[in-house]
Design a protein around this ligand. Sequence first.
Ligand SMILES: [Zn+2]
Length: 70
Amino acid sequence: MTQAKCPVCGCEQFYVKDPDDEFEVYEFECREGDVCFDEAADSGQCPEIDESTEIFCNACAWHDRFEKIK
Ligand SMILES: [Zn+2]
């Protein structure tokens, strides 16, 4: 099982910002290339993540496109 890690700090938790509300964030992990949102998140509200979506590390200041961690 491969789990995506932050290239800077190795953290496996990331988040994306809600495109409609930058103060709303959704945490997720990336397992085997699949995005797994935090169970607390309402799946109906989770934003789509594609290769070019900007994602943020949960533990440090790294952020880049989703394709960089796949
Ligand atoms: Zn990091």
